[in-house]
Ligand binder design. Structure first.
Ligand code: B1M
Length: 207
C-alpha cells in the first residue's frame, strides 16, 4: 500500500521502500500516486520533522537514500514516453547546494518527454553550466535550488546569459523558488514540479 511506502521512507528503510514500490507496481498501482502520495509526501514530512528538530541531518540523509531507492524503481515507468529529441537541456543543482532528488526527478521526466538531458549533478557553478551548454548546443539551461542561500546563483547565471547575448532559455525551480522570484531574476521559465517543468520546457521551445 502507498501508506506503507510513505511510512518506510520516514522510517528510513531503504530496502523496504524498494520492495514495497516493486510490489505496488506489480499489483498495477498508479505510478504517479506512488510518486506523489508515497515518496514525495514522505519527504515533505521529513522536512517538517527536520524543521521541528525531531530529525537531524543523518536522518534526513537516510530518508533521502530510501526515497532515491524508490525513485530508481520508478524510473523506467516515469521515463517511458515520447521518443525523438525534442530539444537539449542542461540541468544541475546550483553552486553550494547538494540537494538532488527533485532535480533528478525533473531530469527523468524531461527525458521521458523526449528531451536530451545532460545532468551536471550538484554544486554546479555558472561556468560549468555555460561550458556544458556551449558544448552540447543546449536549448535550455535548467537550474534547481533547495536553499534560500543558493538561489542567487540562478540570478547570476541568467544575468551572464543576458549580458553575453547567449541564446539559451533559462528555467528555474526548487522548493523555495516561486514564480514571482523566477520573474524577478529574469528566468524564461519556472517549473513548480517535474510535470510542470516538462510543460514549461515544451512551451519555451515551441515559442
Ligand atoms: Co536539506 N534542507 N539541507 N537536505 N532538505 C531542506 C531543503 C529544508 C527546507 C529542510 C527544512 O528546514 N525544513 C532546509 C532549507 C531551508 C532554507 O533554505 N529555507 C534544508 C537545510 C537547512 C539543509 C542543510 C543546510 C542542513 C544542515 O546541514 N544543517 C543542508 C545543506 C546541504 C547543502 O546543500 N549544501 C541540507 C542537507 C540535506 C541532505 C543532504 C541531508 C538531504 C539531501 C539529499 C539529496 O538530495 N541527495 C536533504 C533533504 C532530503 C531535504 C528535504 C527534507 C527534502 C528535499 C527533497 O528531496 N524533497 C528538504 C525539506 C523539503 O523540501 N520538504 C530539505 C523531495 C523532492 C522531490 O522535492 O526537491 O522540492 P524538491 O523538488 C521538486 C520541486 O521543487 C521541483 O520539482 C521537484 C519534483 O516535484 N523542482 C524543480 C526541483 N528542482 C527543479 C528544477 C526545475 C523545475 C522544478 O527546473 C529547472
Amino acid at each position: 500500500m502507498i501508506k506503507d511506502i510513505y511510512d518506510a521512507v520516514i522510517e528510513m528503510e531503504q530496502e523496504r521502500v524498494e520492495s514495497l514500490v516493486k510490489e505496488e507496481i506489480a499489483a498495477g498501482g498508479d505510478v504517479s500516486k506512488i510518486l506523489n502520495e508515497g515518496l514525495i509526501a514522505a519527504m515533505d514530512e521529513v522536512g517538517r520533522l527536520f524543521a521541528e528538530g525531531e530529525f537531524f541531518v543523518p536522518e534526513m540523509l537516510q530518508a533521502a537514500h530510501a526515497m532515491k531507492a524508490g525513485l530508481d524503481v520508478l524510473k523506467p515507468h516515469l521515463a517511458k514516453g515520447d521518443s525523438g529529441n525534442k530539444g537539449t537541456i542542461v540541468i544541475g543543482t546550483v553552486k553550494g547546494d547538494l540537494h538532488d532528488i527533485g532535480k533528478n526527478l525533473v531530469a527523468m521526466m524531461l527525458e521521458g518527454a523526449g528531451f536530451q538531458v545532460i545532468d551536471l549533478g550538484v554544486d554546479v557553478d555558472a561556468d560549468k553550466f555555460l561550458a556544458a551548454a556551449a558544448e552540447k548546443q543546449a536549448d535550455i539551461i535548467c537550474m534547481s535550488a533547495l536553499l534560500t542561500t543558493t538561489m542567487p546563483g540562478m540570478e547570476a547565471l541568467i544575468k551572464t546569459v543576458r549580458e553575453q547575448g547567449l541564446s539559451y532559455k533559462t528555467m528555474v525551480g526548487g522548493a523555495p523558488v516561486t514564480p514571482a522570484y523566477a520573474r524577478k531574476i529574469g528566468a524564461d521559465g519556472y517549473g513548480e514540479d517535474a510535470p510542470g517543468a516538462v510543460e514549461t520546457a515544451r512551451g519555451l521551445l515551441s515559442a
